[in-house]
Design a protein around this ligand. Structure first.
Ligand code: FAD
Length: 413
């Protein structure tokens, strides 16, 4: 087993983690370590394309990652932790990292909701498909429907279009009223307006259906098309791929393992991004789904606070206030509608790891009993996918978390 000792340990190498690392490493004599399960830094938004991003801010961030002062441990999944020490699994084996201060910047994942046909080949998570294309999958000339909810749908559709996909439609479940209110509120964040205009250009001619969702994916051995519901009517669209995601769910498992207070599904933090546990900070999506700007500013505050650069951290409070307001607007605008609870048939699989159908789950009143009797949420993903689905479908939010939070090799347990 490899052992590493550090002063400030950051879990997650996305925008929040990178920004925290740069801020913390500005403090003289502090050893900073970033551990991330991807081959490179960049998190969900930048991934392998980090080096190609043209934005001056991102280039500056990358240039400031002083490799001499920051130890970067890639390809390592943190699967267990305690106060002062954690365990990660890497291809080379197990790594134990001892730390004085911890910053959790573990990001978020997509929310999936079950509907008939959602497990067919060529049905992807929306951001998941984008990530696969960033990793080399080709979508050239593929007919793609993008569906679900949240601003990521437009980002994903725009990205796929630039890679040669033929976007047949974008189906956004939220209502006209909520979307209009969201759009009107964007004047506070001009960068988002600019992004919206640029996306509009990339998606010229693509139908953007509001109040609309995929009620079934059709096909036998693979996807042939989707049925969408709009204003109470259904319509069929032929396509080769469906990219479907329902906004994001924060990765809070490590914070839960430590015993940090969780409020409304997010890690509770104070002004300095410190959690309810002393010396444990949290930044980015686990404290609220607010996008890249929120992740960057929260990461910076956490890095500064963890190294006692209090005044510099305080200077960023007003910038964070804006990003928090944006996160709140996102939650309201893309709240899931009740009709989505009625899509799954009794035979629709909810837990893919353990093949548990919706009809089986309706026999139980809480997640614990459903788990014990059906193994829902006990498979390889440990409820990361079905957990948020059953929370929405049945109101079960009693997910317990135990180490290892990811499947690990026997010799590393
Ligand atoms: C699949 C996906 C794709 C997205 N694509 C875009 C996009 O194209 N454009 C956009 O504006 N926004 C995108 N987002 C939203 C984006 O994630 C946020 O806007 C923001 O960038 C989040 O930054 P973060 O640092 O909080 O988290 P992330 O960028 O998610 O970074 C967290 C990092 O922590 C790692 N990690 C988590 N748990 C562990 C662990 N236990 N051990 C080791 N490493 C761990 C993750 O793998 C990840 O690299 C995407 C989100 C998702 C889920």
């Amino acid at each position: 087993m490899n052992k590493v000792a550090t002063d400030v340990l950051i879990v997650g190498g996305g925008p929040a983690g990178m920004s925290a690392a740069v801020a913390a490493s500005a403090s003289e004599g502090v050893r900073v370590t970033v551990v991330d399960d991807n081959p490179r830094l960049g998190g969900q938004i930048w991934r392998a394309e980090l080096g190609k991003i043209k934005s001056a801010g991102v280039r500056e961030l990358v240039a400031s990652l002083d490799k001499e002062k920051i130890t970067i441990v890639n390809n390592a999944s943190v699967f267990a932790l305690d106060v002062g020490s954690l365990l990660a699994e890497a291809p080379s084996g197990k790594i134990q990292i001892e730390y004085k201060k911890l910053i959790l910047a573990t990001g978020a994942r997509e929310r999936f909701l079950p509907f008939p046909g959602w497990t067919l080949p060529n049905v992807f998570g929306a951001a998941g498909l984008q990530a696969m294309v960033k990793g080399g999958l080709t979508v050239e000339d593929k007919r793609v429907v993008v569906a679900g909810t949240g601003p990521l749908l437009l980002i994903v559709a725009g990205y796929l279009a630039t890679k040669g996909a033929r976007i047949r439609a974008i189906c956004e479940q939220t209502s006209n009223r909520k979307l209009d209110r969201f759009a009107l509120g964007l004047w506070r964040t001009p960068s988002k307006i600019a992004q919206g205009i640029s996306l509009r250009g990339k998606l010229r001619g693509v139908p953007y259906y509001r109040n609309s969702w995929v009620s079934a994916a059709r096909g036998t051995s693979e996807l042939r098309g989707v049925t969408i519901t709009r204003f109470g009517k259904t319509a069929d669209i032929e396509c080769d791929m469906l990219a479907c995601g329902f906004h994001l769910v924060p990765n809070i498992e490590l914070a839960q393992l430590l015993g940090c207070v969780i409020l409304d599904g997010y890690v509770a933090v104070d002004d300095f991004q410190e959690s309810s546990l002393p010396n444990v900070y949290c930044a980015g999506e686990p404290t609220g789904i607010g996008g890249v700007d929120a992740a960057l500013v929260e990461g910076k505050i956490a890095g500064l606070a963890a190294t006692e650069q209090w005044d510099r951290a305080r200077d960023l409070f007003s910038a964070r206030k804006k990003t928090r307001a944006f996160a709140h607007t996102l939650d309201q605008a893309f709240e899931l509608r009740d009709e989505l609870k009625t899509l799954a048939a009794n035979s629709t699989i909810v837990c893919r790891c353990e093949d548990v159908q919706y009809g089986k789950l309706t026999e139980y009143h809480d997640f614990r009993m459903a788990k014990l009797q059906t193994r829902c949420g006990m498979g390889a993903c440990q409820g990361r996918i079905c957990g948020s689905a059953v929370e929405f479908l049945f109101g079960w939010n009693d997910r317990s978390v135990r180490p290892p939070i990811f499947p690990v090799r026997m010799e590393n347990l």
